[in-house]
Design a protein around this ligand. Structure first.
Ligand code: PEP
Ligand code: MG
Length: 297
């Protein structure tokens, strides 16, 4: 009920049998933060930086990005904030940046692939992130990582951005660089990605790629199911693989905020979810009624 959601929103999330679960929020539009209390979440598990790229007037310059990120870090007051580098393409076309004529945009030049293909665009974001890392507990997350070489390339560009800031005498700091796990290749073989400081499951994309059913195609919505045993098996094996590597793994896809899906995700071993702000209360309420020892709870 609405009352129990309100009651749970302000409290730490714990399962019925006493297991704590970290619950963070996803931010697609920083204006949303004004109405939210940072004490109600364990941080920001995903900032979709695309919001900066949709405005009129072309691509955002370094200062505009810096100020937007600083506002988010200030709101979080020291809690972790994971800012994802630009995830353009697929369901997120950006005028002047993404190709309008790809035959299958979800399998095309999107996410980190596009950032690496357009280093002059990526560099601006990396410089803004390098500067803002001094303002809070920042982590940087790369979307759509498919091969470890892409992380190495991103790290090189990041190091160059930091070096150029230092050479100009601009204060900056290095934040940990982690990755989304949303391409099946990464979920199947996390051991390849030891260069990533942390993992976050993008269940929206991972589900569509595993089930071959588009996330935005109503006619196959029943097939696009994170509860498909194959998707859950993959998430469970990723959680185990990440643990063996000593990497934290969270989940920031929409399934994390869906009461019908949360118990199954917790049973895969996930202990950290990042959800839309409006789903915070119901996520914590669902966690509280989930008994991890009970197959039905
Ligand atoms: C995902 O794919 O699950 C995800 C969190 O990223 P987005 O929905 O922005 O693609
Ligand atoms: Mg995604």
């Amino acid at each position: 009920t609405r009352e129990s959601e309100d009651e749970f929103r302000s409290k730490p999330a714990v399962t019925r049998d006493g297991t704590p679960v970290s619950v963070m929020i996803n931010v697609a539009d920083p204006d949303e933060l004004d109405a939210l209390d940072p004490s109600h979440c364990d941080g920001i598990g995903l900032v979709r930086s695309e919001f900066l790229f949709h405005g009129a007037g072309g691509l955002p310059d370094e200062e505009r990005q810096y100020l937007a990120y600083r506002r988010i870090l200030t709101w979080a007051a020291g809690k972790p904030v994971i800012i994802r580098t630009l995830d353009a393409g697929g369901d997120k076309p950006i005028a002047g940046l993404t190709a309008p004529d790809e035959s299958n945009p979800f399998l095309g030049l999107r996410g980190l692939r596009l950032s690496l293909a357009r280093p002059e665009v990526f560099r601006v974001q990396l410089r803004a992130l390098g500067r803002v890392a001094l303002q809070g507990n920042l982590k940087i997350m790369l979307p759509m990582v498919t091969r470890p070489e892409e992380i190495a390339q991103a790290k090189r560009l990041y190091a160059e951005a930091l070096a150029s800031l230092r050479a100009e005498g601009t204060d900056c700091a290095e934040a940990p660089l982690g990755m989304m796990v949303e391409v099946p290749a990464a979920a199947i073989a996390p051991e390849l990605f030891g260069e990533a400081a942390f993992f976050s499951v993008g269940s929206n994309d991972l589900t569509q790629y595993v089930t071959a059913a588009g996330r935005d195609i109503a006619a196959v919505a029943d097939l696009n199911d994170t509860l498909h045993p194959a998707v859950l098996k993959l998430i469970r094996s990723l959680v185990e693989g990440a643990a063996a590597m000593g990497r934290e793994v969270s989940l920031c896809g929409d399934a994390g905020g869906e009461p019908a899906q949360i118990p199954a995700l917790l049973r895969c071993g996930l202990r950290s979810l990042s959800v839309a702000p409006r789903a915070l209360g119901r996520t914590k309420a669902t966690i509280a009624t989930t008994d991890l020892g009970d197959a039905d709870g």
